[in-house]
Design a binder for this molecule. Structure first.
Ligand code: PRP
Ligand code: URA
Length: 206
């Protein structure tokens, strides 16, 4: 299952992200802002409990998030989504996965992992701006499964039908949320129209 966030405010920001003249400072700011919008939708099923709160006028029924949330950004580009999601779920814990695509084979190479303890109920949110072939996300979900995690969702900024299909085949119960499902992958396995190389644009390594 995937959800594309077609809200005009998201699409407006995405247009600026796509522009090749947008430089790393603004690119990073927009990545944070778009992440907040996508997560707003992705997290609408979080569990809450009822609590009573005293306003200046009276007691009233309010809600408090009870889900144990673990955010896992995929290094490096996934780090750009961390501030955005943590501003929505500030109590979330954070694990890290280091994966990069081999330049020739485009297959994921894992180089780092560090996860906090989790339970069967922990909800793991994997964040990465680009879901292209799906290799990096599937490798990350494999690591999380080995760590015992049972509930996961994927939040990205841009994806494509090929990547969605690969993730859905490997993990049919993991929903994918994105600001855009683009047309296709090119011969170098870059998303078209896409954003280009997200890590390079974020961190100015062009
Ligand atoms: C990018 C991106 C994803 C991956 C997507 O990372 O941030 O992690 O590629 O491609 P896939 O779906 O085909 O696996 P990259 O490998 O460029 O590493 P970086 O974040 O360190 O730049
Ligand atoms: N990684 C990126 O950064 N961009 C793409 O389009 C594909 C993989």
């Amino acid at each position: 299952m995937y959800v594309e966030i077609k809200h005009p405010c998201v699409q407006h920001k995405l247009g600026i992200l796509r522009n090749k003249h947008t430089e790393h400072k603004q690119f990073r700011e927009l990545a944070t802002e778009v992440t907040m919008f996508v997560c707003y939708e992705a997290l609408k099923h979080l569990e809450v409990k009822e609590i009573m709160v005293e306003t200046p006028l009276c007691q009233t029924l309010c809600y408090k998030i009870t889900d144990d949330v673990l955010v896992v950004p995929i290094l490096r580009a996934g780090i750009s989504m961390l501030d955005g999601i943590l501003s929505i779920v500030p109590t979330a814990r954070v694990g890290f996965v280091g994966v990069y695509r081999d330049q020739k084979t485009k297959k994921p190479i894992e180089y780092y992992k560090k996860f906090p303890e989790a339970t069967d109920n922990t909800l793991c949110i994997v964040v990465d701006p680009m879901l292209a072939t799906g290799g990096s996300i599937v490798a990350t979900l494999d690591l999380l499964k080995k760590h015992g995690l049972k509930r996961a969702i994927v939040v990205c900024i841009v994806t494509c039908p090929e990547g969605i299909s690969v993730v859905e085949q490997a993990y049919p119960n993991v929903p994918i949320y994105a600001a855009s499902v683009d047309k296709r992958l090119d011969e170098n396995k870059y998303i078209v129209p896409g954003l280009g190389d997200a890590g390079d644009r974020l961190y100015g390594t062009l």
